[in-house]
Write a protein that binds this ligand. Structure first.
Ligand code: PMP
Length: 344
């Protein structure tokens, strides 16, 4: 039961009741929230992001009743850790390497992190993960699929198995799902297992990173706890509007995704032919991870040319790697021109 997993102070929390959440219906005079009566952003935004969630349901197929909105998925990651993990006592589990904020937010909350290394071929080490879950009993297992920075997706059957064995929450971060062809989302697991939650974001395929819109897809019990614990107006009015706009041009979104995938394939092939590139990892995301002969010097050289990529060499299993985001055609051309002049 999710309620038994929640920190007791969250389970028993009497939430702040904002002026905007106490009233529903139509009215013309709002004198309930001590706002100013003039100015473009003078009113508090909808704490429940209702219009936006309706749009998300129609465009992304994520049911209204299963979604809540965070100030980026980063806020949701932070909130989930604070909702479920008791400082100095509970643990989260992550695969390593993966997205960095799970362990940073855990540390901010005084929650320790169990790392389970990926296999040498950068797949999830399912057996090690299952035995670590049974031994360590983490409160949350974070799985990132497609994984950042490897670009690898994990089979749904493996995620289902982990979520069954794990008696805590299993949170599947699908930030890059839209760039994976034929992706099987863990959203389908929520109906059978209320301890599964999925994170989506408008920061990647929907081109709205500046608006900070993360989506928590989960069972009702998790939704209710999140709504109780989150800051009342966590998503600003202008951000909700920007998100509505990002979701209005679905044809544009689809064609940008197709273009990004095509460019990823083309650029991967190009990189594979370069003398100093040892390996280009297959990616299902909007970035490519490559292994080179000397990542630090390549990184410094590119910085000198005004091109910033992401050095990932300090991560376990990722010696001499660089992660490259798939950008616009002209950005990729600039990168190609800088790489073309290099020799092995
Ligand atoms: N999850 C993953 C795997 C990411 O790579 C990122 C951002 N790089 C995020 C979540 C954060 O997304 P948001 O902009 O929604 O906070």
């Amino acid at each position: 039961m999710v309620s038994e997993l929640l920190n007791p102070w969250i389970r028993d929390l009497v939430p702040y009741s904002s002026a905007r959440s106490e009233f529903s219906g139509s009215a013309g005079v709002f004198l309930d929230a001590n706002e100013s009566w003039t100015g473009r952003s003078c009113r508090y935004p909808d704490p429940l992001c209702r219009e936006l969630r309706l749009r998300i349901e129609s465009v992304m197929g994520l049911p209204f009743d299963s979604t809540a909105i965070g100030n980026g998925s980063d806020e949701i990651i932070d909130m989930l850790i604070r909702m479920f993990c008791s400082p100095g006592h509970d643990r989260i589990m992550i695969e390593r390497p993966t997205y960095g904020t799970y362990s940073v937010f855990a540390s901010v909350s005084g929650v320790s992190v169990i790392d389970v290394p990926l296999t040498p071929s950068l797949d999830l080490d399912t057996q090690s993960m299952l035995s670590a879950i049974e031994k360590e009993k983490p409160k949350i297992v974070f799985i990132c699929s497609p994984n950042n920075p490897t670009g690898r997706i994990y089979p749904l059957s493996v995620i289902r198995k982990i979520a069954e064995v794990n008696k805590g929450m299993t949170v599947v971060d699908e930030a890059y799902a839209d760039f994976s062809e034929g992706f099987a989302s863990a959203v389908s697991l929520i109906a059978e297992n209320e301890r599964v939650a999925v994170l989506r974001t408008l920061s990647k395929a929907y081109a709205a990173a500046g608006a900070r819109i993360g989506i928590l897809v989960s069972s009702r019990a998790v939704q209710e706890a999140f709504m109780r614990a989150k800051p009342p107006y966590n998503v600003s009015g202008p951000d909700q509007e920007a998100a509505m706009e990002a979701l209005s041009d679905i044809e544009g979104v689809r064609s940008r995704i197709a273009e990004t995938i095509a460019r990823r394939k083309e650029f991967s092939a190009y990189l594979s032919g370069l003398p100093f590139v040892r390996e280009v990892l297959p990616s299902e995301a909007n970035f490519i991870l490559m292994r080179v002969t000397d990542a630090r010097s390549l990184y410094d050289y590119l910085v000198g040319k005004g091109i910033i990529v992401r050095l990932r060499s300090s991560e376990p299993l990722l010696e001499n790697t660089i992660r490259i985001t798939i950008g616009s055609e002209s950005e990729m051309t600039a990168l190609k021109e800088a790489l073309d002049v290099l020799e092995g």
